[in-house]
Design a protein around this ligand. Structure first.
Ligand code: MN
Ligand code: MN
Length: 467
């Protein structure tokens, strides 16, 4: 037998067994270039939209350029019409009407725009030992020790008593100052180093250093604080009480950068979940007249459990679909019952340095394409929506037919921990849902890592789902 002929065993292996492959080996040079180009724009999006409010502002500009108009529940719409709903400047719904009637259901893509960060407390400004600080309350599941001694920027809005809104963004422009949370020098950290990692930096130690120069006056007290509020007053016209009606957050000041000698990855703050928001957004923007009506949900508050009126446990998505249904004389429940959804959120990529938290046969890997996750949750599948076998089969078929490189992955091994996504809130609406997303290294860290081909394949998966 010649060397290049396959044995019966090899042939049977090919026919019967799964063959996950690194996308880098199987993609053509042309597709790899497309992935690179796609990610250049993704990096710009990451830099422009570091909070949910900035993301909504950025998306609104893109949507209006693509012909989206505010949704009118009393309007009549034809295939190809594009509408949006802006929920308080913090969450958005977008929709392209399909050629099929709404009685055939809608295709939903849902992701979130909020990221773990440090929020300013309602009364944040103080001075101690002639140093000026902001008090913070961390937002989402972050490892507090990671937020010390890195450059930070300040983002958000201040709304004055008269209703005037002032947008704040300090620390992103190269010419801007930045801020930081200080950490203890190792020389004097003998006691701190004995703390459990969870308390490496404690919640009340996440104080953001913002100045040390006193206002020159012999009589006034707290002169550093006074000088800082004077500067804020000059720049934004605000007084100290205006912090009470503000949404201000502190996030890492660094920009998205290529990682690796081969530039195969992107390091950035907040891939979770702007990577899914961006990829699904691009797929949605490009739709001319899809067969089924598409609904893109860009939610807020996922990182704190989806509660609140801009989170997906609120009624706004359901109400929108009810209103959509009414434009064709249907009930919301009739449309929802035949609708399907890709719940788009990142997953944990296998990290060989911390390999023991994953089960190697059921974890996702960097560069192996978009991840399909049948269920999330934790400890006996609590707190999740599990995709049915039937829906998994549809998605497998769709991705294979579309030439999308994909993999499956659980979030960690059994009883290692776990986590949830918005999938369960959409499943609550009686919709078929499965989790899809991008594998991430260092998830929820100030600098998260994704692979460019995985980002591109996630975009391709959304395009196939709604085309
Ligand atoms: Mn997420
Ligand atoms: Mn998250």
């Amino acid at each position: 037998m010649a060397n290049n002929e396959k044995t019966a065993g090899e042939l049977l292996q090919e026919e019967l067994l799964m063959h996950p492959e690194n996308a880098g080996t199987i993609l053509s040079d042309e597709e790899l270039e497309k992935a690179q180009a796609f990610c250049e724009d993704y990096k710009k999006f990451l830099d422009a939209a570091k909070t949910e409010r900035e993301a909504v502002d950025t998306v609104l500009v893109m949507a209006e350029k693509a012909g989206y108009v505010p949704f009118d529940p009393k309007g009549t719409y034809k295939p190809g019409d594009k509408v949006y709903v802006n929920n308080r400047g913090k969450a958005m719904l977008m929709c392209t009407f399909g050629t099929e009637p709404l009685s055939k259901g809608v295709r939903i893509m849902a992701s979130h725009l909020d990221n773990p960060r440090l929020d300013l407390k309602p009364n944040p400004l103080y001075e101690e030992a002639q140093l000026g600080y902001f008090k913070t309350h961390y937002y989402g599941g972050l490892k507090k020790y990671q937020w010390g001694a890195i450059p930070l920027s300040l983002h958000g809005v201040v709304v004055k008593k008269n209703g005037e809104t002032v947008k704040v963004c300090i620390g992103e422009d190269e010419a801007d100052p930045v801020f930081c949370v200080t950490d203890l020098l190792p020389h004097l950290a003998k006691e701190q180093m004995k703390r459990p990692l969870q308390e490496g930096l404690r919640g009340e130690e996440l104080n953001v250093l913002i100045g040390c120069h006193p206002f020159r006056d012999d009589k006034a007290s707290e002169k550093v604080k006074l000088n800082l509020i004077r500067l804020l007053n000059e720049k934004y016209g605000m007084v100290e009480a205006d912090f009470l009606s503000a949404d201000l957050c502190v996030v890492p000041a660094f920009k998205a950068r290529d990682i690796g000698l081969d530039r195969s990855m992107i390091g950035a703050y907040g891939h979770d979940d702007r990577v899914c928001a961006y990829t699904s957004l691009l797929a949605e923007l490009e739709q001319k007249a899809p067969s089924h009506t598409t609904v893109l949900a860009l939610a807020d508050k996922e990182e704190t459990g989806s509660d609140g009126n801009t989170g997906l446990s609120s009624h706004y998505l359901q109400d929108f679909i009810k209103d959509l249904a009414a434009t064709q004389g249907l009930t919301g429940r009739a449309v929802l019952a035949v609708s399907t959804c890709l719940s788009a959120d990142v997953n944990c990529a296998y990290d060989p340095t911390f390999g023991d938290v994953c089960e190697r046969r059921n974890t996702s890997y960097l560069n192996y394409g978009v991840v399909i996750t049948k269920y999330t949750g934790s400890g006996g599948k609590y707190g999740t929506s599990e995709a049915t076998a039937e829906f998994m089969a549809q998605i497998r078929n769709l991705l294979d037919e579309g030439g999308v490189i994909w993999q499956t992955g659980e979030l960690g091994k059994v009883d290692a921990g776990g986590g949830g996504t918005v999938a369960k809130y959409i499943a609550d609406l009686n919709v078929d849902v499965v989790d899809v997303g991008v594998p991430v290294l260092s998830m929820h860290a100030p600098f998260e890592v994704v692979s460019k081909v995985d980002v591109y394949m996630t975009y391709r998966a959304f395009s196939e789902f709604i085309k």
